[in-house]
Design a protein around this ligand. Structure first.
Ligand SMILES: Nc1nc2c(c(=O)[nH]1)N[C@H]1C(S)=C(S)[C@@H](COP(=O)(O)OP(=O)(O)OC[C@H]3O[C@@H](n4cnc5c(N)ncnc54)[C@H](O)[C@@H]3O)O[C@H]1N2
Ligand code: MOO
Length: 409
């Protein structure tokens, strides 16, 4: 494989462009009940085979009337249309039909008057105000027209999409099979939660934040635990992971230290595409291929893991999973804090959205920004993205903000 960064680090944009051309999406799909498709990727487009709503229907509780009766003192109510129980007759001149929200508009009616704008004396209805022609009528096909492509191939299914499919009566849908991702941490110092710490040991937190981010992407997970800083052990773990998964993600061991075997093994026995990015945190992020699987070696520092995952790994996993790329929302906001920044790398500082006194949105730093300070990530709800060439930011300056994705809709 060519070496796109033998001498200079790649920018994040260059790394993403490299991934966009290098990665080929997985194939293979399965049919699932629509609820099960939430968060999965559509394997084929969904076309509306019927209009929604299927009939002209009322948007209000009131009376279906004919506009050519406008000016008539009172109308005779000849029946009632409920949602799901249409009035089978028509509306003749001088007549109206009591109708509920969702009720099918009876033949002859041209508008619905809200109940609040009428007076009823037994079957005689007086209108205080006539509706415009067509008022309060929801037309057949207003939401979906038969033949519309309503969800394209490559779409990641949202709660709204489940509702849209259900509104068409779809019970099942074809989704791309989940991407299989194996992950493990490397480091002699790492202990599992619940274990006692020896001198110099720390708890393995990366496998937990990674578990969370991978779970949000709905991949099939293979957690291979902690692998010690031992050349043979790392090599065996990589081979074992690559044999079972489409993608292998590791943390630690990609810098230049004496026990940093992950990067070394990839370069010697696999294909290393890049291993140095002009991003902070996350400089030694390593990408390549090992024994038939795609490989991402994330730097060991816990914030570096999360920054590189969101900026580089997640878009790559989405592409491999067959998802159509969508732009990540970023916007400009005034920054309340002074930020310290050395020119050289694009910086992903941790920030928090705040509402200013006049109700407008601003951003502030969550405080100290070391790449080992994981608390800065859990306190943050956005990245403050500072360009490589920028220096310190003074409070009041405008900065680029990327909110963390919300899981709800
Ligand atoms: N001479 C240089 N040293 C370093 C450089 C460099 O360019 N030249 N880069 C620094 C940067 S930037 C980073 S980031 C780190 C990344 O190094 P590694 O990927 O090799 O990571 P480790 O050395 O294994 O660990 C770094 C740090 O993170 C802690 N760690 C590791 N795994 C976990 C885990 N699963 N959970 C919690 N914490 C973890 C580890 O104990 C270290 O403190 O290299 C710099 N050095
Ligand atoms: O770039 Mo390293 O990821 O600062 O900590």
């Amino acid at each position: 494989m060519t070496d796109p960064c033998a001498t200079t680090p790649l920018t994040v944009a260059e790394a993403l462009e490299h991934l966009r051309t290098a990665l080929t999406p997985i194939t293979g799909h399965r049919r699932v009940a629509i609820r099960e498709s939430l968060g999965q990727v559509l394997a084929g487009e969904i076309m509306a085979d019927t209009p929604v709503p299927a009939h002209d229907n009322s948007a209000m509780d009131g009376y279906a009337v004919r506009n050519d009766d406008a000016g008539t003192d009172s109308l005779r109510c000849v029946g009632t249309a409920f949602a799901g129980q249409p009035f089978t007759g028509g509306v003749a001149p001088g007549e109206c039909v009591r109708i509920m929200t969702g009720g099918v508009i009876p033949a002859g009616a041209t508008a619905v008057v809200m109940q609040e704008r009428t007076e009823a004396r037994s079957d005689n209805i007086t209108l205080r105000q006539w509706p415009e022609a067509g008022e309060n009528i929801r037309r057949a096909g207003d939401d979906l027209q038969a033949g519309d492509i309503i969800l394209p191939t490559g779409r990641r299914i949202t709660p709204a999409d489940l509702g849209v499919m259900a509104s068409l009566g779809r019970a099942e849908v074809d989704v791309i099979r989940p991407l299989r991702v194996a992950f493990f941490s490397t480091g002699d110092e790492l202990r599992g939660v619940g274990e006692a710490l020896g001198a110099g040991d720390i708890y393995d937190s990366n496998r937990y934040s990674l578990y969370g981010m991978l779970t949000r992407l709905q991949v099939e997970l293979l957690d291979l635990g902690v692998v010690p800083d031992d050349r043979m052990a790392v090599r065996d773990a990589l081979a074992h992971a690559a044999a079972q998964a489409d993608v292998v993600v590791t943390s630690g061991g990609v810098s230049v230290g004496e026990a940093d075997y992950v990067g070394q093994i990839l370069r010697e026995q696999g294909e290393a595409h890049f291993w140095s990015l002009a991003m902070k945190p996350g400089r030694p992020l390593t990408f390549g291929r090992y024994a038939g699987a795609w490989f991402f070696g994330l730097p060991g520092n816990p914030v570096s893991v999360m920054a590189t995952f969101t900026q580089v790994v997640a878009p790559a996993l989405r592409q491999l999973a067959g998802e159509t790329a969508r732009p990540r929302p970023r916007f400009r906001l005034p920054c309340r804090s002074n930020l310290s920044k050395k020119p050289g790398r694009q910086d992903f500082q941790r920030g928090r959205l705040v509402v200013g006194e006049d109700g407008s949105l601003e951003v502030e730093s969550v405080g100290r920004q070391g790449s080992g300070m994981l608390r800065s990530m859990s306190m943050a709800d956005c990245f403050i993205v500072l360009p490589a060439d920028s220096g310190d930011v003074t409070a009041g300056e405008w900065v680029t903000v990327e909110p963390f994705a919300g899981p709800l809709i």
